[in-house]
Write a protein that binds this ligand. Structure first.
Ligand code: URP
Ligand code: ZN
Ligand code: ZN
Length: 459
């Protein structure tokens, strides 16, 4: 199997060159100008188009038992949605809860993906308690190629860990050279504020944000950073949503703490007024940390542009209208999550690069290269280079469209970004050399995706 992508503008972090990319089997074997077409090679004309390394979503939920229900996607639906949107690798949160056995959970999450995903994938292993067997189980999971952990400071009594468990996780992660990703909100404060609001008969989705205010996220972020500082571990704050939390992360970074920051698509484009919409419309926009006051968006865009926000993920987590209505009498029962795996690249390109908020370089870095580097996938993924996997996105910047649930591949009956313009979309997407998408249509091989082994990074 060979493929020549001809005459595109090849975009890597730090370079843009006009040229051709030649792929044999699963790997990029040549990059240059006017490469010869060997007999039998398929040729894609990329004239006038950008050629990006396959995009990597570092934060998705696909199989997720959560809040009395399950997220809607399967690996089949989520991976097709990802690919149509230009994402060729995702990292799923493996989330057994406190009552589950970690190793059994890990096997279960793997079994849900095995042979189902059309794109490559990996897992962050959630540590939702720290008991006698945890250390040996985590060592086994890391030895199996899953070299990143996840902790939740939120979701008390379900996914959440206490400070002692956070300490033990970070101490072990430091020994193993594994990066720890963290959902940073103070669980106790969230629980108390939720109860207070409910007793005041404040039950609608508009009260979700006041139950987890910015200070609650800033406290979680600051505490995580302090624990990193005192264990020497390397951490990664997931879905950071606001200026106060960013300040806490950047203050820690300035004093030498090894901390990286991810923000996710909804927080750049949607604000808390979406969750204040009446009834189920508001519920569709409930996630945690919540959508924030609009002024935070400018702060996030600026931090992303300068690189103090490292990556952009989605926190893809689809619940349909019926599921959202589980919270119709109390916002605390609304399943948390806003899907975006299909929209991330196009919306980030449009509202970032095209609207002048983000350089093309930072766009590629935040959505592909930096996730690859942070999570042990580089240079196999995250760059267009000889020897790298041929995960390529030929991007049509002349395409014009709007996001709509009617045309989405995600398994859901609405789209949180409904009606937003997109100025560009992938015209060709390859996974290890095979064309999986042509102009918005999945044309490839289901189940092509592989679980990616990752080694500890020892930052
Ligand atoms: O609202 C969210 N973020 N749902 C998914 C679970 C999580 O906290 O990441
Ligand atoms: Zn989270
Ligand atoms: Zn998440």
């Amino acid at each position: 199997m060979s493929l020549l992508i001809r005459n595109g503008e090849i975009v890597n972090v730090g370079s843009r060159i006009k040229g051709d990319v030649f792929v044999e089997n699963e790997t990029i074997t040549q990059i240059g100008q006017n490469l010869e077409v060997p007999r039998g090679a398929e040729v894609v004309d990329a004239t006038g188009k950008l050629v990006f390394p396959g995009f990597i979503d570092p934060h998705v939920h696909i199989y997720l038992p959560f809040m009395a229900t399950f997220a809607k996607d399967t690996h089949e639906t989520a991976s097709i949605a990802a690919l149509v949107g230009g994402t060729t690798t995702y990292i799923e949160m493996c989330c057994p809860n406190r009552n589950d056995d970690a190793l059994e959970g890990y096997q279960l999450w793997k079994s849900k993906a095995d042979g189902k995903s059309a794109c490559d994938y990996a897992f962050h292993m959630s540590v939702t308690k720290f008991v006698n067997e945890t250390e040996s189980q985590l060592r086994e999971i890391v030895a199996d190629g899953t070299a990143s952990f996840k902790i939740f400071l939120a979701y008390k009594n379900f996914f959440g860990v206490d400070d002692g468990e956070m300490y033990q996780t970070l101490e072990l992660a430091k020994k193993l050279g594994v990066i720890v990703t963290a959902h940073c909100e103070n669980a106790e404060l969230v629980a108390r504020l939720q109860q207070k609001l409910l007793t005041e008969a404040k039950t609608g989705p508009e009260w979700h944000e006041p139950s987890r205010p910015e200070s609650v996220e800033a406290e979680g972020t600051g505490r995580f950073a302090t624990f990193l500082e005192n264990t020497g571990a390397t951490g990664y704050v997931v879905h950071l949503s606001c200026e106060k939390a960013l300040d806490a992360a950047l203050a820690a970074k300035a004093r030498g703490v090894h901390i990286f920051v991810e923000s996710v698509l909804p927080h750049f484009l949607l604000d808390k007024t979406y969750a204040e919409r009446p009834g189920v419309e508001g519920m569709k926009h409930v996630m945690s940390p919540p959508l924030r006051a609009k002024q935070n968006q400018t702060v996030l865009w600026n931090a992303l542009a300068e690189g103090s926000i490292d990556t952009v993920g989605t926190d893809h987590c689809p619940f349909d209208t019926e599921q959202k209505l589980l919270g119709k009498t109390a916002f605390t029962n609304i399943p948390n999550g806003i899907p975006g795996i299909e929209e991330r690249v196009n919306l980030l390109y449009t509202h970032g690069v095209k609207r002048g908020r983000l350089s093309l370089d930072r766009f590629v870095d935040a959505a592909s290269t930096r996730p690859a580097k942070l999570f042990g996938l580089f240079p196999r993924k995250g760059t267009i280079a000889v020897g790298s996997d041929a995960d390529l996105v030929v991007y049509d910047t002349n395409y014009r469209g709007v996001v709509s649930a009617k045309s989405q591949h995600t398994n859901n009956d609405y789209n949180g970004f409904e009606g937003m313009e997109i100025d560009g979309r992938p015209s060709i997407v390859t996974v290890r050399g095979k064309i999986q998408v042509r102009d918005g249509k999945f044309v490839g091989e289901r189940g092509r995706g592989k679980l990616l082994r990752r080694e500890p990074s020892h930052f």
